[in-house]
Write a protein that binds this ligand. Sequence first.
Ligand code: ZN
Length: 111
Amino acid sequence: MQTKLQSLIEVATSTVIGFIVSLIATFAIFPILDIASTPIKNFKVTVFFTAVSILRSYIIRRWFNKPTAEPKSIDKTEWMHCFECEIEMPIKEKDGDVFCSNCGLIHRNFY
Ligand SMILES: [Zn+2]
């Protein structure tokens, strides 16, 4: 399981590598397609498509993170993501509330 920082580092690394690979690729594809360009134009095109790519990834990720309509049934062996521990942790139920079994953080929104 990744921490939020590890996720950020992975996304940033992927974006930077993707940008460099795409920039290099513009120097291959534009001459093949007889598109007149300059290194500055190649850079601008790559910046544009990188921005489009980040937006696409964000929208798809948020879409797949939508809560489902049916509430999950809670049982004592279930694990949930704890925003304090930043990992999946077993949960405890007490008086109708659900808590992280590690740090005691209350989980009010279980979809
Ligand atoms: Zn916790």
